[in-house]
Write a protein that binds this ligand. Structure first.
Ligand SMILES: NC(=O)C1=CN([C@@H]2O[C@H](COP(=O)(O)OP(=O)(O)OC[C@H]3O[C@@H](n4cnc5c(N)ncnc54)[C@H](O)[C@@H]3O)[C@@H](O)[C@H]2O)C=CC1
Ligand SMILES: O=C(O)CCC(=O)C(=O)O
Length: 420
């Protein structure tokens, strides 16, 4: 199955516009604004591999370090056929704001290899990942830039990167990546961390909106983030997961889908669009389906000016990075839809990555309970701070989250004297 089908949007333009709007609200110094609008480093590398059939293919690899002001760059690695350097710049900038919103001592980064992983054998995928890691090795590491999973990458890729980086360094460097397998120092709760953070924000938003159960939730995108959001919500009697979608299609049932049974079907290899539960629905129709809360957990730009006015949910919780374009954001606000922005809603992953990195640096593992408790507390605190600022400035949660983040990064720049 190919992975194409990415909605067309310009995340980099969107990201810079968001910064511009936050700068206006904060009356940020123009020079500081311009500096924050440019990534510190954009690294493009050739990633040649020998394929199983003996031919050589060369992929484009990218790593963008948007900011290192509050700490090392931090962010995931994405494999996707449609990903562009510009999109990675946007994703890296959003990582800077995300780390600042939840107040962890990182800047922001993101990486990608332009490839369709569905076309690669396991061996080809490993050779590509290792070659990419060795090309960027001089510029990454525990104090410089720490990689983690993003779309179509996971624990396996992180273990390969850690191993390649450690070979270059000449000793094991567990803190060089996060989201690695538990057996090599990963954090058990990392796998569900992004989804757990999304669920904390969803519950807060539902509570504030005063929605009564069962609250009907639709989840678009059913990978690391989306599937776990649905599974975490499935046991709650106050919530019904009424719709789910992946790249190939959707299923919908007005009275709720049996999420555990669907999980068993998926694990047995049934495509999501063909599981024998609920009704089939075209993938993008789920975005407009009847529900109270919509949780986009796939690619950027799925909510745009063409469908925003048809969204029936009262709350959108952004599990994905950049799922809502600026125009869609305005249309949703005009129809009274509350949007919990990506840089807050999906920050749970990087929060637990931070805990994993701290544990690796200290060579001192924490219990899963401690990680989960800290995560929940940090997410709830960040939600509260963003909401308070939104009320104070009378702006959307997105603008408030950006203002909080941009102010923190700008203040750090000024404190370090990087900007006279
Ligand atoms: N994995 C993580 O810890 C974090 C991921 N994110 C963001 O969450 C989003 C999803 O990431 P993962 O779950 O890791 O990726 P994944 O690769 O595990 O899953 C992506 C899912 O989206 C589906 N999909 C792709 N295009 C789609 C479309 N147009 N409509 C509906 N479904 C579509 C895929 O079939 C798959 O089910 C991305 O935007 C990523 O940047 C954000 C924070 C952390
Ligand atoms: O866990 C991390 O370091 C970052 C995950 C990520 O790429 C994201 O939050 O978008």
């Amino acid at each position: 199955m190919t992975l194409t089908g990415t909605p067309v949007a310009s995340p980099w333009r969107e990201a810079r516009r968001q910064l511009e709007r936050a700068a206006e609200t904060l009356a940020l110094d123009d020079g500081l604004h311009r500096m924050l609008a440019v990534p510190r480093r954009t690294i493009e590398v050739a990633v040649p591999i020998r394929c199983d059939d003996g031919t050589v293919r060369t992929f484009l690899g990218v790593r963008v370090q948007h900011s290192t002001t509050r700490g090392p760059a931090k962010g995931g690695l994405r494999y996707h056929p449609d990903v562009t350097v510009e999109e990675v710049k946007a994703l890296a900038m959003w990582m800077t704001w995300k780390c600042a919103v939840v107040d962890i001592p990182y800047g922001g980064g993101k990486g990608a290899i332009v490839c369709d992983p569905a076309e690669l054998s396991l061996g080809e995928r490993e050779r590509m990942t290792r070659r990419y890691a060795s090309e960027i090795a001089p510029l990454i590491g525990p104090d410089r830039d720490i990689l983690a999973p993003d779309m179509n990458t996971g624990e396996r890729e992180m273990a390969w990167i850690m191993d390649t980086y450690s070979s270059v360094a000449g000793h094991p460097v567990g803190a060089s990546v996060t989201g690695k397998p538990v057996i090599v120092g990963g954090s058990g709760p990392r796998r569900a961390a992004t989804a757990s953070g999304v669920v904390v924000c969803l519950r807060e938003a539902v509570r504030i909106a005063g929605l009564r159960g069962p609250v009907r939730v639709a989840v678009s995108g059913y990978g690391n983030v989306g599937r776990l959001v649905a599974e975490l919500l499935a046991d709650d009697p106050e919530i019904a997961v009424v719709g789910i979608a992946d790249v190939a299609g959707a299923r919908y049932a007005a009275d709720g889908l049996p999420i555990a049974a669907i999980g068993a079907e998926l694990d047995a290899g049934t495509p999501l669009a063909e599981v024998p539960f609920g009704e089939p629905m075209p993938r993008d129709a789920l975005l407009e389906a009847d529900c109270d809360v919509l949780v986009p957990c796939a690619v950027s730009g799925v909510l745009d000016e063409h469908n925003a006015e048809r969204v029936r949910a009262r709350i959108v919780v952004e599990g994905a990075n950049g799922p809502t374009t600026e125009l869609a954001d305005e249309l949703l606000a005009a129809s009274g839809v509350t949007v919990v922005p990506d840089i807050l809603a999906n920050a749970g992953g990087v929060v637990v990555s931070y805990y994993e990195w701290v544990q690796a640096l200290q060579a001192m593992p924490w219990s899963d309970e401690e990680v989960a408790t800290r995560l929940e507390g940090r997410m709830a605190a960040a939600f509260g701070q963003v909401r308070a600022l939104a009320l104070e400035y009378d702006v959307s949660l997105r603008r408030a989250a950006l203002c909080l983040a941009v102010r923190r990064v700008a203040d750090a720049h000024l404190a370090r004297g990087l900007y006279p």
